[in-house]
Design a binder for this molecule. Sequence first.
Ligand SMILES: Cc1cc2nc3c(=O)[nH]c(=O)nc-3n(C[C@H](O)[C@H](O)[C@H](O)COP(=O)(O)O)c2cc1C
Length: 226
Amino acid sequence: MNTFNSDNDAFSEAERQVIYRVMRSRRDVREFRPDPVPFEVLRRILEMAHYAPSVGFMQPWNFILITSLEIRRQIKELFEMRNAQEIALIADAQRRQLYGQLKLEGILEAPLNLAVTCDHRRDSPFVLGRGPMPQTDLYSTCLAIENIWLAARAEGVGIGWVSILDPQAVENILQLPQGVELVAYLCVGYPIEFRARPMLEEVGWKERMRLEDLIYHDRWGIRFTE
Ligand SMILES: Cc1cc2nc3c(=O)[nH]c(=O)nc-3n(C[C@H](O)[C@H](O)[C@H](O)COP(=O)(O)O)c2cc1C
């Protein structure tokens, strides 16, 4: 594996802009073309995931590549069940109707599904830095997932995160051992399009909040002014 010795060099302005463009244009994708993602492309994406930071360098992640149509059908069924329950929780009739129109997964259309897991047992019992904040192994796994999302965007590959699933049921289907937790169930494939804005923003579900309202100074709730 490449050791990236030369990467201590500063980034040029052009390189910086590319990185920011990748981050800004990353999208959650729910509509996919059927053509498969070549393994060498997938391998590069997963390599970037594997470069994510992790508590105590624990690297708690595994990546389960799911191509079986039978498994994907089972997962889709779990989605349908859970999604119906979620809709029922929305009190406002208009919001409920809007939610009902949203496409919130691409489990069967995507040529590949990818489960990302966190192995809490890895290096246990002592993981450097995890003791005071036991969830840091999950946070580490999420960082790997963001790397997947960004590297995929750079490769022109779409990723859709599906959380509207009973995680225990997914864990059973994937036969995860005790101590290994499902963190993300992802749909992977070439997208019909990368939208300019989040779909939830486009349909009027929610707008991007103002960054200035989220930056505090010294204590909670104190607005930061330059
Ligand atoms: C933890 C997590 C779970 C998500 N679960 C779903 C989901 O079940 N279905 C869905 O359509 N999008 C899901 N999303 C995608 C978000 O809706 C999306 O990231 C957000 O609306 C912003 O849009 P963007 O990712 O295109 O910028 C999830 C995202 C995250 C980070």
